[in-house]
Design a protein around this ligand. Structure first.
Ligand code: ADP
Length: 248
């Protein structure tokens, strides 16, 4: 079964008198356990698609299913619950709360889970801080951490609710090359060891090449869908134009 299914989704925004089409007829299946990159130039609709898959935004047309449940017509309250229990988010700019320590930032989404005791929360937070290699920095605030460390806190925060999918919008864009690579390695390790599904947007070729599924977007549409087999891409759907980059 798919973990996320997007069927014929369109999204338009009204900007004053103008209608902006961010997505047009997008269909996509995310299978459990994949490490999927969404690639494409700025403005091609990557963030909009991630936000719709993450129930942060709703489609203007079409259907979205999370673990087989149609979320397109659901109320914001029930979506908040799906978001909290199935989906985790990582953002380009980390989005940590500046007044909270690393430990408190990771604990934050657990405060909604009233079934957990204080001890259970502390245990989970310690487990995920250790997973991202930050046990020693538990009491540091975001401004006492490097960019890479902040993104590690964000990854721990995305996982702490036992999310099955982590949606990451350009997670390495604000990091230098080496730090970006270590964040990507960490995400890949978690994907392979814990089976967590990752869907992340990028326009960095090195980042997209680390994925095992590739979604290429252009002008709000999917122009190619790739699967990696023995180190090379096989495209199951390909509507790229001759002038597009042949490698991706
Ligand atoms: P990407 O993530 O690939 O850079 P986006 O999904 O952010 O692309 O944007 C796709 C298109 O939708 C762009 O033309 C953008 O300007 C437009 N868009 C995105 N969000 C909004 C919004 N809230 N209001 C108006 N237009 C938007």
């Amino acid at each position: 079964m798919s973990i996320i299914r997007v069927e014929n989704v369109s999204k338009t925004y009204l900007l004053g008198e103008q209608t902006v089409t961010a997505l047009e007829g997008v269909s996509l299946v995310v299978e459990p356990g994949v490490f999927m990159a969404i690639a494409g130039p700025s403005g091609s609709g990557k963030s909009t698609l991630l936000n719709i898959m993450g129930c942060i935004d709703t489609p203007s047309k079409g259907r979205v299913e999370i673990e087989g449940i149609d979320v397109s017509g659901q109320t914001p309250d029930s979506l908040a619950d799906v978001r909290a229990r199935t989906l985790g988010f990582v953002f380009q700019t980390f989005n940590l709360l500046p007044v909270l320590s690393a430990q408190e930032n990771v604990e934050y989404p657990l405060l909604q889970m009233t079934e957990l005791t204080k001890e259970e929360r502390a245990e989970r937070v310690a487990f995920y801080l250790n997973m991202v290699g930050l046990t020693k920095y538990a009491d540091h605030r975001p401004n006492q951490l490097s960019g890479g460390q902040r993104q590690r806190v964000a990854i721990a925060r995305a996982l702490v609710t036992h999310s099955r999918v982590v949606l990451a919008d350009e997670p390495t864009a604000n990091l230098d090359r080496r730090t970006g690579e270590s964040i990507l390695n960490l995400m890949r390790e978690i994907n392979q060891n814990a089976g967590t599904t990752f869907v992340f947007s990028t326009h960095d070729k090195r980042v997209m090449n680390r994925a095992d599924r590739l979604v290429r977007m252009e002008d709000g549409q999917i122009t190619a869908l790739g699967m990696k087999r023995e180190g090379s891409w096989i495209f199951v759907q390909d509507r790229r134009k001759p002038e597009d980059d042949p490698e991706i």
